[in-house]
Design a protein around this ligand. Structure first.
Ligand code: ATP
Length: 518
């Protein structure tokens, strides 16, 4: 069991380092805290506890993203010659990001944050606060400013996508983005051409939300991100078969809607399952980028929350919204915490209703309705879980494709290490084959931790025994000039142990042989 005081210490250190501008160290502590929560999550069965900790994880992930953004900004700023630097406020004051106070987090896995049955619906203030956190102030549209009006153009939507560089997540846990679509396997962030060829000509891309919950829709709409998730197939190491399947199941129906008719109709839903940290979320983001569609990134924790009667409405509204923005992909992470077997002990009436609503909605994703221009309103449900055996049987049937996302094999591990080390200098003595051999059983996330740890060893050596002031006065170039060497990897591997157990893998493989559908 993870000690919450240790977790709080890590979060505090992460924030202290961020405030002092030591972004690398800050990111390490944030990642460490998130890894602790992941570990905790893998031990929790109670959906409510899981939902609470998922919320904490989500908030910390957002904070990490902000620190990474600041770090990237600082690096970019450093690269501009002095004379050409624009007069801008110091980096630390640029973002209106506000850390969530530590005491807003649950104090232990079992301790209630609130009355678990009556969670407040998000308020506009909350939403604004989250928006500010992500540094996206003023970028989102409200229904009043025409975001829902007929005639909003795809080109317009894509333009918005091009505008924002950062990422932000939502108060509601729903995030949507319209990504630039590219050809299969093409390079990074593609230009905003269109799935149905309607981007450049400015035809209407999306209709108007016509449901009864305009407030809820507005709240969800506020969380429509103006940026692409920015992950491409190339950023995902290995998983060739999963990429092929996702391309066939999600991307191709969007490109060739006429072909995917009748018996060839697109799959209603796709489930990605496998051990934690194997790249399921990364794949979902890559699908969004490659599809160039509106991407709704929904955390189950949000949908599972028990605002009286709001949750089913939210599910309904989300799907209405996805249809209005079609073609869309709805990604539901940790779907097990929302859809564990119905009738399970402790199941709450409201969560039963949410599940039923989700089933109805997934059923309704029959892709028969059409846009004004006659193209079909394709909505695809993409779900991910580390506990596929906990999923309700009825939902399992509706997630027609069930794709196993395994631990990386040796080749994928090497690719993953290369991807992770893209931005740092690597010494010629680094033996990838040897590292891949010694990291058998590591997940992608574990390997990323190894790479991060190894890449920081040079700095650790340089600052060892120095005071804070001495460190601050050191030249950053001096700190970062040592390339990452094999000895750094050896040290990192000895510190970072694999997080996935053999028993867990066995259980996934068994479930795959029983229920997999690739
Ligand atoms: N195949 C991969 N290619 C590149 N990076 C990967 C891959 N798998 C995992 N990673 C790294 O691990 C991190 C976590 O991956 P991701 O969140 O996609 O895993 P997940 O399977 O969704 O985990 P969880 O089930 O815990 O949510 C990524 O940010 C990335 O750094």
């Amino acid at each position: 069991m993870v000690g919450t005081s240790e977790l709080q210490d890590h979060v505090k250190l992460a924030r202290d380092y961020a405030l002092e501008g030591f972004y690398d160290s800050s990111i390490i502590f944030f990642d460490g805290a998130i890894a602790q929560i992941n570990k905790l999550l893998s031990t929790l069965d109670d959906p409510l506890d899981r939902a609470k900790w998922m919320n904490v994880k989500k908030a910390l992930t957002e904070e990490t993203e902000v620190v990474k953004q600041l770090d990237a900004e600082r690096r970019a700023f450093k690269d501009i010659p002095l004379g050409r630097r624009p007069p801008s406020p110091p980096i630390s004051t640029k973002s209106s990001f506000v850390f969530q106070p530590l005491d807003e987090y649950p104090t232990s896995s079992g301790a209630p944050m609130d009355d678990p049955d009556v969670w407040r619906p998000p308020t506009r203030d909350n939403a604004n606060r989250r928006t500010a956190r992500g540094g996206q102030v003023g970028m989102r549209k409200s229904p009043q400013d025409g975001a829902w009006a007929r005639g909003a153009t795809r080109a317009g939507a894509s333009g918005r996508g091009a505008k924002a560089a950062g990422s932000s997540k939502s108060n509601t846990g729903v995030r949507a983005s319209t990504a630039g679509k590219k050809g299969p396997g093409s390079g990074k962030s593609g230009k905003a051409d269109s799935v149905n060829g309607d981007a450049e000509d400015g035809k209407s891309r999306r209709g108007q939300y016509e449901g009864p919950d305009s407030d809820l829709a507005a709240m969800l709409e506020r969380d429509v991100l103006d940026s692409t998730p920015g992950v491409t197939w190339d950023d995902v190491a290995g998983l060739t078969e999963a990429k092929r399947l996702l391309e066939e199941a999600v991307v191709l129906p969007l490109w060739m809607p006429e072909y995917f008719q009748g018996i060839r109709r697109p799959w209603k839903g796709i489930l990605m399952f496998g051990p934690p940290g194997t790249g399921k979320t990364l794949l979902a983001k890559a699908v969004a980028t490659e599809c160039g569609t509106t991407f709704f990134n929904v955390s189950s924790a949000t949908l599972a929350s028990k605002w009286r009667g709001e949750s089913e409405r939210m599910v309904r509204c989300l799907f209405d919204l996805a249809r209005a923005y079609a073609p869309s992909t709805i990604f539901i992470d940790e779907i097990d915490s929302l859809c564990n077997a119905r009738g399970a002990s402790g199941e709450h009436e409201s969560s039963r209703r949410v599940k039923s609503e989700l089933l109805v909605q997934v059923d309704g994703v029959s892709n028969t309705s059409t846009n004004e221009d006659g193209s079909r309103k394709i909505v695809m449900v993409l779900a991910a879980t580390n506990f596929p055996w906990d999923i309700d049987e009825a939902l399992r049937r509706r997630l027609e494709k069930r794709i196993y996302i395994p631990l990386p094999n040796s080749e994928s591990r090497k690719e993953l290490i290369r991807i992770n080390l893209r931005t740092v200098e690597v010494s010629s003595d680094v033996d990838m084959d040897e590292i891949a051999r010694r990291t058998e059983g590591y997940s992608g996330d574990d390997l990323t931790n190894v790479c991060r740890d190894a890449s920081l060893n040079g700095m650790r050596r340089k600052i060892a025994g120095k005071t804070r002031d001495e460190i601050k006065s050191m030249s950053k170039d001096d700190i970062s000039k040592d390339p990452v060497a094999m000895c750094d990897f050896e040290e990192a591997i000895s510190k970072v142990q694999p997080s996935v157990s053999a028993a867990d893998i066995e259980r996934h493989e068994k479930w795959f042989s029983e229920f997999g559908s690739a």
